[in-house]
Design a protein around this ligand. Structure first.
Ligand code: PXL
Length: 279
């Protein structure tokens, strides 16, 4: 069985980061090991959330794992929470990754042209440094702008997307995939650039008119799970894009559904079916 290390926070309530990664990747038949970077009462879209930084725990935990000779097929990073944690994630890549390890970096730090609460330009610069280590990096347009210095635009065309990908390829050596890319009215999807092979790929599906927290985490988790199941990079992203859209639609159907996250628990059956079909 493949084993993934997921490095991101635990937001106890709110359906994001580890509370999405652990169930989703596990359900896809992949052992999922958590390294929690911080413990929050809720995600940061709520007011007055508590935040306990867990930086000082990370080194002892990983030292123990080294003694136990624990190995990972993939290391997946999401919301890290502080500059030190980015530095520690970097050390973990150096200490645990081999040539075969998939390093999947979701440089979670903002959306809609702004950084999330608690992050600044320096945090973005450190994320850019971290992304130099990634096999696959998956920033959204906002995150790509903060890492490349390209100004953020709400309205854009394919040329702008390629400009962002060119900016990312100045420091990323693997595959850069922009998420939340809408190339025509009513559509959204991904646009990737495989830097080594100088090859672009993109996938668009219907845009569901709703935005929820944690959908990026669902998307990344499904992609990581699919890659660990042997899907090609393009097929893994396609599966993740379709599944995320389906889950948002399913969430909207339920009039009691929460505002703070999607009902990913309701679509596991469909995820497993789609994975079987794609294999
Ligand atoms: O879904 C990304 C995410 C993860 N963790 C925390 C967050 C967010 C987005 O805001 O606040 C704590």
């Amino acid at each position: 069985m493949k084993r993934v290390l997921s490095i991101q926070d635990i937001s106890c309530f709110g359906k994001c980061s580890q509370t999405v990664a652990l169930p989703v990747i596990s359900a896809m038949g992949v052992e999922t090991v958590m390294l929690p970077t911080a413990l929050l009462s809720t995600h940061t879209k709520f007011k007055n959330f508590t935040f306990k930084d867990l930086t000082e725990e990370l080194i002892p935990i990983t030292e123990h794992w080294k003694k136990e000779e624990i190995k990972f097929d993939a290391i997946y990073t999401g919301y890290l929470g502080s500059r030190e944690e980015i530095e520690i994630a970097r050390r973990i890549f150096d200490e645990f990754a081999t040539k075969e390890t998939l390093i999947f970096i979701d440089p979670v730090m903002g959306d809609n042209g702004v950084l999330y609460t608690g992050f600044d330009e320096e945090y973005a610069r450190l994320n850019r440094d971290l992304c130099t280590k990634g096999t696959i990096i998956v920033p959204n347009i906002t995150e790509a702008c903060f890492m490349t210095g390209v100004p953020y635009k709400e309205e854009y065309d394919e040329k702008y997307i390629k400009e962002l990908l060119a900016g990312l390829s100045e420091f990323c050596t693997g595959i850069a995939v922009l998420t939340g890319v809408s190339l025509s009215e009513g559509n959204t999807g991904i646009y990737g650039y495989d830097i080594k092979n100088d090859r672009y790929f993109n996938y668009q599906n219907d845009k569901v008119n709703a935005s929820y927290h944690g959908t990026g985490d669902l998307f990344s988790s499904v992609t990581v799970g699919a890659l660990m199941n042997g899907l090609s990079v393009e097929d893994a992203f396609k599966l993740a894009a379709d599944h995320t859209a389906l889950t948002i639609r399913e969430t909207l159907k339920d009039i009691d559904s929460p505002w703070y996250g999607v009902d990913f628990e309701a679509t596991f059956g469909k995820l497993i079916q789609a994975l079987e079909n794609a294999r």
